[in-house]
Design a protein around this ligand. Structure first.
Ligand SMILES: O=C(O)CCC(=O)C(=O)O
Ligand SMILES: [Mn+2]
Length: 206
């Protein structure tokens, strides 16, 4: 796999991705601010590496993560319950800004830190019941350029995006029902990347 996939530098997504489900802002944060936020989060957040069960065996996830949100935004996946840590002011301000500009109700953010190209995330959809039937997910990328894959569940067609430092990918509507996504290993990538997925969690649906 090429480490230097084409950076997704324009707001125009590949035509295979329907605008009713995906939109993209290449420069939601300017590059200097994004790099500064990356270093701040990397150096200050209480990173964890939980284990999850896959086909009956326990594995430490191949990345670090922090789940942050309002007190009532507990989240479950892979049969584990994640209680949120309280907001840090920078990210609380950011979710309020996103809520205002997008008309969303984000109350939590899952933060993943890929320390280098061997950290990754397997194929999945963000379709846990507590996200509701048509979740809006705002995915902000900071740091190293990484390839993000989307696979249409019916046709099997795979679309690659190379998510740039400071970019914001929105997934909405039927996106999680129709597509799976993943962040593959890229062994030649040596720099770290942090991804923030802002979500609205309705814990009463747990
Ligand atoms: O790192 C990414 O871009 C994707 C993260 C993701 O899919 C998730 O947190 O559910
Ligand atoms: Mn996801």
């Amino acid at each position: 796999m090429r480490a230097n996939a084409h950076p997704q530098n324009s707001n125009q997504l590949p035509p295979a991705l329907p605008p009713s489900m995906f939109s993209y802002q290449a420069h939601a944060l300017d590059e200097v601010k994004a790099q500064r936020l990356f270093a701040y989060l990397r150096d200050t957040l209480p990173w964890q590496q939980p284990s999850i069960q896959v086909f009956g065996k326990w594995h430490a996830i191949p990345r670090l993560q922090v789940y942050m949100g309002d007190a009532d935004s507990a989240y479950e996946y892979s049969q584990q319950r994640f209680e949120p840590v309280p907001w840090v002011p920078e990210l609380d301000a950011m979710r309020h800004r996103l809520n205002r500009t997008l008309g969303c109700h984000f109350n939590a953010v899952l933060i993943n830190y890929y320390r280098h190209g061997l950290d990754c995330m397997g194929w999945h959809s963000d379709d846990e019941p507590e996200l509701g039937p048509e979740p809006v997910i705002a995915s902000l990328s900071l740091g190293a350029l990484r390839k993000f894959k989307l696979r249409h569940k019916d046709s099997g067609e795979v679309t690659d995006l190379a998510l740039t430092n400071g970019s914001l990918l929105l997934m909405k509507g039927q996106s999680q029902r129709c597509y799976a996504h993943s962040l593959p290993k890229q062994r030649r990538v040596t720099q770290g990347r942090i991804n923030l997925t802002f979500r609205h969690i309705d814990s009463t649906l747990l």
